[in-house]
Ligand binder design. Structure first.
Ligand SMILES: Nc1ncnc2c1ncn2[C@@H]1O[C@H](COP(=O)(O)OP(=O)(O)O)[C@@H](O)[C@H]1O
Ligand SMILES: [Mg+2]
Length: 249
């Protein structure tokens, strides 16, 4: 495939990015690149800054120094168009915040209709296709409160993917999934990466990381290791304690 100038630009570029909260240095001079169509996973123990790193990508938080680019967006520019950036970058975070009074199907089709202007039938067809791929189409009329954590997680994933983002941020998306479903999700995301969608994921789950990623980095004490292809069998990093509060998303 001929590379145009635009497609040759990295999907995500961090250059010497630093971020601290009061006395805690979370990211210290972090640089890395996610190419178009690439899936990169960030591993590391709880509290090392994985969520913060993801939040920097779609400008939910700002770095103290350094430069962040996402395709054509200069994320560190004061005139960043945040709305446009967030259409370009889909997110599935630890707190998946589904609309509680909307069914699973409505949760996945609403944004498509309201933001992308898709017709009801097209939006619902897309929603049902994704829900079916995630094996929850038969639960499409349930409300989030009637779904398990893992089912809600899959609805949130379907909702993000239904918007056809160029880049998807995934924060611990397999935490509530069993191994078979982890494989299923990884395989769906691999298929999307083959179409040019790019992924930046945080995960503790070695199984997910080895099946999803082209490259893996470890975040520890503010430092991100060089991104490397994953080993075939990645160890699962020690799980976040259930009571550790995720950064608010
Ligand atoms: N909004 C915030 N205000 C103050 N400290 C924060 C905030 N968000 C995260 N932190 C701190 O930054 C560190 C990294 O947090 P986080 O990015 O959530 O790590 P991880 O996702 O790897 O568990 C933690 O010490 C956390 O307490
Ligand atoms: Mg986190």
């Amino acid at each position: 495939m001929a590379m145009t100038e635009a497609s040759a630009a990295p999907a995500i570029l961090f250059e010497a990015v630093s971020k601290r909260f009061d006395d805690t240095v979370v990211l210290d001079n972090v640089s890395f690149t996610v190419q178009r169509g690439e899936a990169v996973c960030i591993m590391g123990p709880s509290g090392t800054g994985k969520t913060t790193l993801l939040r920097l990508v779609n400008a939910l938080t700002t770095p103290d120094s350094g430069r962040i680019r996402v395709d054509r967006f200069d994320v560190t520019s004061p005139i960043l168009e945040k709305q446009a950036l967030r259409l370009h970058v889909g997110t599935v975070f630890q707190r998946y915040s589904l609309f509680p009074h909307k069914s699973a199907l409505e949760n996945v089709s609403m944004g498509q209709r309201q933001v992308l202007g898709r017709h009801k039938a097209a939006a619902e067809e897309k929603a049902r296709d994704l829900l079916a791929k995630l094996e929850i189409d038969e639960l499409r009329d349930r409300y989030p409160g009637e779904l398990s954590a893992g089912q809600q997680q899959r609805v949130a994933l379907a909702r993000a993917l239904a918007m056809d983002p160029q880049i998807v941020l995934l924060d611990e998306v397999t935490a509530a999934l069993d191994p078979r479903m982890v494989d299923k999700v990884a395989s769906l995301l691999r298929d999307l990466a083959a179409t040019g969608m790019s992924f930046l994921a945080s995960s503790h789950d070695g199984r997910f990381v080895s099946s999803l990623s082209d490259k893996v980095g470890y975040l520890s004490h503010g430092q991100l290791s060089d991104l490397q292809p994953p080993a075939a069998e990645m160890p699962t990093v020690e799980r976040a304690p259930a009571d550790s509060p995720p950064a608010q998303l």
